[in-house]
Design a protein around this ligand. Structure first.
Ligand code: MG
Ligand code: MG
Length: 272
């Protein structure tokens, strides 16, 4: 069953999402060749606890850490370890936080040092596909329309969409109804309604859509060892339109990136 949120609950969720956004912004300054993902994990855990919140992933379904870190061909759910990052790597960092009984859940794929153009393009298109999905999260549309928007955009570049892992409703539980696949058919699936809050998170592969599951029970990797990218935002449906609860602003501040991609989906606040 879909749990519809009140405007007050959505404001609480904005706080949870903001802590995750700030955590990713902090990490953006730390991600470089030579750094280990376990180091990033410890920084993230301290940062979240210092902001009066709890790491959302730690212990969830027995996951052992604060961050899911998935370099290069890993898709999602990688476990932090002692291997140093290398120049030319990409690193998907997925982070959750629990505050005021609500979860935030938000991810970004970072570049480490100098990354080749083919992989950079995959990151750019995957992030753009996330905004195509957000745009489709509106009254009059259904889950299939959102998936179609992501899939058709990503596939137009020759990339493929992971099928086994999907976005989801978000709230007092990390994973609520409905599932939000990154593929789909127009006009199919559950209708969107005001008060829905979802995590939209395309996982897009350069090569095959097939993935392998590791024996650690968590890590997933592309079957052809080609790179995979992952970006995730938390979005509420208010007055028929999508509104972002999470933001990449802190990451962009850290990395000196100029972007207006979030502007159409930001909460409008009065200037007076
Ligand atoms: Mg996530
Ligand atoms: Mg998620």
């Amino acid at each position: 069953m879909v749990k519809i949120k009140s405007l007050e609950e959505i404001e609480s969720m904005r706080e949870s999402a903001l802590i995750v956004s700030q955590t990713l912004g902090m990490l953006a300054r730390e991600i470089k060749p030579g750094v280990t993902t376990l180091h990033l994990d410890r920084l993230a855990e301290s940062f979240i606890r210092d902001h009066q919140a709890l790491p959302g992933f730690l212990g969830l379904y027995d996951f052992p850490n604060t961050l899911c870190v998935s370099p290069n061909a890993e898709v999602v759910h990688g476990i932090p370890n002692d291997n140093p990052l290398e120049d030319g790597d990409i690193l998907s960092v997925d982070c959750g936080a629990l505050k005021n009984e609500f979860y935030g859940d938000h991810a970004y794929t970072f570049t480490v040092g100098e990354v080749n153009e083919v992989t950079k393009k995959l990151l750019e298109v995957t992030k753009k596909s996330l905004y195509k999905g957000i745009e489709a999260f509106c009254i009059g549309n259904r889950v299939g329309d959102l998936g179609y928007a992501i899939q058709s955009y990503a596939e137009s570049f020759g990339y493929s969409v992971v099928r086994e892992l999907v976005g989801h409703g978000l709230g007092r539980d990390m994973h609520e109804s409905p599932e939000i696949p990154n593929y789909g058919k127009r006009g199919r699936g559950k209708k969107f309604s005001n008060g829905m809050v979802i995590a939209i998170e395309p996982m897009i592969n350069l090569g095959t859509k097939k993935i392998r599951h590791f024996s650690d029970g968590w890590t997933t990797k592309t079957a052809d060892n080609q790179p995979s990218a992952h970006f995730e935002h938390n979005v509420a449906l208010i007055d028929g339109k999508p509104q972002l609860l999470s933001t990449f602003d802190f990451i962009y501040d850290a990395l000196g990136i100029q972007s207006d991609e979030e502007v159409p989906f930001k909460k409008v606040t009065s200037e007076l």
